[in-house]
Design a protein around this ligand. Structure first.
Ligand code: FAD
Length: 305
């Protein structure tokens, strides 16, 4: 179905484990990598015409796939990764690595993205999630983003229209595939910016189980307290189902350290939720998004040509 399409790389029958940092899941019928917004628009037009489900993935660092194969299209943004600096702004395409953008900004003497160094996602995924760490969040940097609407038209969202909240944005509630953005930063000293970034990276390495597949913090911050502390206090560190477990190093991380299935990971998530609710009266909400939650045209599986 992608014959004669330009500016798109197409892979068939792709392991979703290879596309997500949890490293679990079955196969997707297609992984397609547009390198222009026009190609991206053509992909969604074709998918809609054939009534085939599609979803957008950046680096897959906050998505849990399905063990079941996905008879649909994963549109992967990482071939759209241009980054350029204009005065105190950074222009970045959605598929650019967030850490790479932070490094570009640092080298240009621009402060404001230090917090994001080490978050293993793309710029598009970070805007979608309003990713944050160490008192920083994407919302403080985003000046504007552009996205494709359902008809493949390019639309613009200004800063205040993003409806940013804790790990929340406009894009979680409206159809919109982010193609690029402008980040407004502040002049700073590159050495000081780098020192801050290195410090944050050190803290990550010392506290997070980065050696194992995961999607970072599995749960959102609850209305009171901290998810990791509650999980720890419920003596769940090391709790395991099959290949997945609560990290011994950081109770907020569920890791897939023994090549587990999505079912293993889901079982750990649900067991943790159950025990924390029983002992603390708090229902932890997932921050990690399931594949069926990110499908943009409302249908999960359908036989496709
Ligand atoms: C080791 C580790 C550490 C982490 N640390 C942090 C942290 O400190 N702070 C934090 O906030 N998160 C953290 N995360 C989670 C994750 O990295 C972030 O949520 C990141 O922003 C996700 O980006 P991504 O490109 O991987 O998005 P994906 O996981 O690919 O997608 C996430 C969501 O965004 C949507 N999406 C992606 N790109 C687009 C686009 N261009 N247009 C529209 N929708 C899009 C997807 O459909 C999906 O719903 C961590 C994850 C890991 C594995």
């Amino acid at each position: 179905m992608f014959e004669n399409m330009q500016d798109v790389r197409v892979e068939r029958d792709v392991s979703m484990a290879s596309l997500t940092t949890f490293r679990a899941g079955g196969h997707a019928a297609y992984a397609v990598y547009p390198s222009t917004p026009e190609a991206w628009g053509a992909i969604i037009a074709a998918a809609k015409k054939e009534n085939i489900p599609f979803a957008v993935l950046g680096n897959g660092s906050n998505v849990l796939a399905t063990d079941e194969d996905f008879a649909g299209i994963l549109i992967i943004t990482t071939d759209m990764r241009d980054v350029r600096v204009e005065e105190t702004c950074v222009y970045a395409q959605a598929g650019a690595s967030l850490s790479a953008v932070a490094v570009t900004a640092m080298k240009a003497g621009l402060a404001g993205l230090e917090f994001s160094y080490g978050i293993p996602g793309t710029v598009g995924g970070a805007i979608f999630m309003n990713a944050g760490a160490y008192d920083g969040e994407m919302q403080f940097a985003v000046k504007q983003s552009r996205y494709l609407d359902e008809d493949g038209q390019v639309r613009v969202l200004e800063k205040e229209e993003h409806a940013f909240g804790y790990r929340d944005s406009y894009y979680q509630h409206h159809f919109g595939m982010i193609i690029d953005c402008i980040l407004q930063l502040k002049p700073g000293n590159p050495e000081e910016i780098k020192a801050k970034m290195d410090d944050f990276m050190c803290r990550r390495k010392s506290k997070q189980p980065l050696m194992h597949p995961s999607a970072g913090s599995t749960f959102r911050r609850p209305y009171k307290g901290y998810a990791s502390q509650m999980v720890d206090e419920c003596a769940l560190k090391g709790f395991r189902v099959g290949g997945a477990a609560v990290s011994e190093m950081h109770a907020g991380f569920i890791i897939n350290d023994r090549e587990g299935s999505v079912a293993d990971i889901v079982a750990v998530i649900q067991s943790v939720q159950k025990k924390v609710f029983a002992e603390k009266g708090v229902m932890l909400e997932r921050e990690v998004r399931m594949l069926h939650e990110i499908i943009l045209n409302g249908i999960f599986n359908k036989n496709i040509p």
